[in-house]
Design a protein around this ligand. Structure first.
Ligand SMILES: *[C@@H]1O[C@H](CO)[C@@H](O)[C@H](O)[C@H]1NC(C)=O
Ligand SMILES: *[C@@H]1O[C@H](CO)[C@@H](O)[C@H](O)[C@H]1NC(C)=O
Ligand SMILES: *[C@@H]1O[C@H](CO)[C@@H](O)[C@H](O)[C@H]1NC(C)=O
Ligand SMILES: *[C@@H]1O[C@H](CO)[C@@H](O)[C@H](O)[C@H]1NC(C)=O
Ligand SMILES: *[C@@H]1O[C@H](CO)[C@@H](O)[C@H](O)[C@H]1NC(C)=O
Length: 584
């Protein structure tokens, strides 16, 4: 291996074109370090404005390795080498890490985590909008255990609220914003067991329409859960699997209309053109359901019928900005996770890049003076890349050497387990004989135990590894250099957050998802951090790990609490970018 590696290294050194000319000048790096340091110092002048608006971007399954690979992909899509490029989220001034386990799970799922970061209460996996007193699937444990979300709190404060997702709007992440369910899969009553129906538990689609009937904007997929069983889908009338699923015979789109106050205009759309043709100043409530189930992957999207995530976000922000009291918007890049579950790294990473595009667009549509943006994830995946690939190697490409065990090539991107596990003639498949750059190529997985079982073929367990890498680039460094890490980030208007919490940045806190609200201080709510200031002297790029498999250790960062009437909101999952934009 060492020999192969040295040879590869030699090859790299010889091909000088791998290194951009300016990067050969030590001054370039020193200047970057100085700029990074200046940015970090500038952050000492905290923006203490009270945020009127809050946008929470959630990349489902977007762990640290995914972010790094998406950054490279974004650069390569712009015909650059990629490693040096910056995601929009990289331009945020603060970054933090958090633990995202569920109360009963080491490897969490999107339902329990959504309950944690939206409602501020850690919960069991598979459950949404309920405390850990609820057992998954047990309808009869639900009563009295409901917890409310920041979407509800924002609504109660008179703000406009919205949900935008690339999954069905009843999926785990969005549903924790408005529903309370012992099972995330209870999309409609057609998916519920008899005992749950008899026990009086309501399906999630019905809760979407009934629990908070005045959500201004709901955009995503999930038409079929809204209509009676066997109702043909408007877009795919021939497809049986896309027909309505409801047993109660309700038309929830009609019910959604009917629940709106007289004199208000409620529009339901299912086609991109209809969405983009709306005169938003004449619409008070907007429901857009563009697919029967989840929306189609961005790479495969029909750009006539389906809007992109960015397009939906732009419409949502314009709708919500009409409310002078501000807004809360949840934006989910929900299919990053699905791409990874299917072992389709290309789909997953293009979804992540599209989420990042939406982050950038939202930044252009709002002002840092009154809008707080948070970008985070709920859990990671068993997605890695490594293999000493040279600078600018296509992100979906091969490592420069062969495996020293079977002497076959391998792609840089691999999965710990998943459907890409493939044995051909008793051996690992020779990937150079297949189209590994295809959108639906399933990267190889080391899932030996799953070869005869299909559990793994259908479901890739999510990465349980705590994301602790420093792959967050410039921001991480900026945050490290920052002696004061504000914990005001999720604080909205005083009426919404009367008691900002003090976030105690001691190692003891690492394990706490919810910080006590009793240690209160009035704003500015800051956390004192003893950080290694010297870390700021390193430039962003120098901090990048050479492989996301084993990132260098870095100082843990902690999350901000959010309090509301004595409640603290959750720490957020995985890497969290937050604050106002503008810094490198
Ligand atoms: C709750 O429902 C489960 C079945 O889902 C049943 O086994 C259990 O006995 C019920 N518990 C109570 C207290 O009714
Ligand atoms: C379902 O719909 C199809 C086509 O509209 C119809 O032919 C069929 O009889 C329906 N099935 C049931 C069980 O209602
Ligand atoms: C949208 O509606 C507003 C209010 O009715 C009207 O003033 C405006 O001209 C309309 N814009 C377009 C492009 O039709
Ligand atoms: C829409 O998709 C078609 C077919 O993939 C492509 O040719 C066209 O350029 C796309 N249009 C836009 C506006 O992206
Ligand atoms: C793998 O496939 C490539 C291209 O088909 C071939 O040149 C190479 O010899 C194969 N390697 C092994 C170890 O089979």
């Amino acid at each position: 291996t060492m020999k192969a590696f040295l040879l590869a290294l030699l090859a790299q050194l010889c091909s000088a074109s791998l290194v951009p000319e300016r990067e050969k000048d030590p001054e370039y790096w020193r200047q970057q370090a100085q700029e990074t340091l200046r940015d970090a110092l500038r952050l000492q002048h905290l923006n203490q404005n009270v945020a009127k608006n809050l946008i929470l971007f959630l990349g489902d399954g977007m762990g640290v390795s995914t972010v790094t690979a998406a950054r490279i992909l974004k650069g390569q899509l712009q015909h650059r080498k990629g490693e040096e490029s910056l995601l929009e989220m990289d331009k945020f001034p603060y970054v933090a890490l958090a633990k995202t386990y569920n109360t009963n799970a080491q490897v969490p799922d999107s339902a329990g985590t959504a309950t944690a970061y939206l409602c501020g209460v850690k919960a069991n996996e598979g459950t949404v909008g309920v405390s850990a007193g609820v057992t998954r699937d047990r309808c009869n444990t639900t009563k009295g255990q409901e917890v409310t979300s920041i979407l509800r709190w924002a609504k109660d404060e008179g703000k406009a609220v919205g949900i935008v997702t690339t999954t069905r709007v009843t999926h785990a992440t969005p549903s924790a914003a408005y529903a309370h369910s012992a099972n995330r899969d209870w999309y409609s009553d057609g998916e519920m067991p008899l005992d749950a129906l008899e026990g009086g538990c309501k399906d999630i689609a019905r809760q979407l329409v009934e629990n908070i009937p005045d959500i201004e904007v709901i955009l995503g997929g999930g038409r079929k859960y809204m209509f009676p069983r066997n109702t043909s889908d408007v877009e795919y009338p021939q497809e049986e699997r896309h027909r309505g699923t409801r047993l109660d015979g309700k038309d929830l789109v009609q019910a959604w209309h009917d629940a709106k106050p007289a004199g208000k205009v409620a529009k339901y759309v299912w086609h991109r053109r209809e969405l983009l043709a709306l005169n938003l100043s004449r619409v008070d409530f907007l429901l857009g359901l563009f697919e029967p189930g989840d929306m189609v992957y961005e790479l495969d999207r029909n750009n006539e019928t389906d809007p992109s995530l960015s397009e939906m976000v732009a419409v949502a922000i314009r709708m919500l900005q009409k409310n002078p009291r501000g807004f809360f918007l949840l934006v989910e890049g929900g299919r990053i996770d699905h791409g990874h579950h299917e072992g389709k790294a290309k789909q997953a990473l293009h979804e992540a890049v599209e989420l990042d595009r939406a982050v950038g667009l939202a930044g252009r549509l709002t002002s840092p003076h009154d809008t707080l943006s948070v970008v985070t994830a709920d859990h990671s995946h068993v997605f890695t890349f490594g293999g000493y690939t040279p600078r600018g190697n296509p992100i979906f490409g091969l490592a420069p050497m062969q495996s020293d065990v079977d002497r076959k090539p391998f792609t840089s991107i691999l999965y710990g387990n998943g459907p890409g596990y493939k044995i051909v003639g008793g051996e690992r498949e020779n990937v150079s004989a297949v189209d590994f750059a295809h959108a639906n190529y399933q990267a190889q997985a080391a899932c030996y135990g799953c070869v005869n079982g299909d559990a793994c073929m259908q479901w890739v367990p999510e990465g349980g590894r705590q994301p602790r890498g420093c792959a967050c680039g410039a921001l991480h460094v900026a945050a490290l250099g920052e002696p004061l890490l504000p914990s005001v980030h999720m604080q909205m208007e005083p009426c919404m957050c009367k008691q900002p919490c003090v976030c105690q940045l001691s190692p003891a806190n690492l394990g706490e998802q919810v910080l006590p609200c009793t240690d209160v201080q009035m704003p500015p709510c800051v956390c004192s951090v003893t950080q290694h200031r010297t870390a700021a002297a390193h430039s962003a790029t120098q901090m990048q790990p050479e492989s996301t498999v084993s990132p260098p250790p870095c100082q843990p960062h902690y999350l901000f609490p959010l309090s509301q009437n004595g409640r603290c909101c959750a720490k957020f999952g995985v890497c969290v970018w937050f604050g106002v934009r503008g810094n490198r």
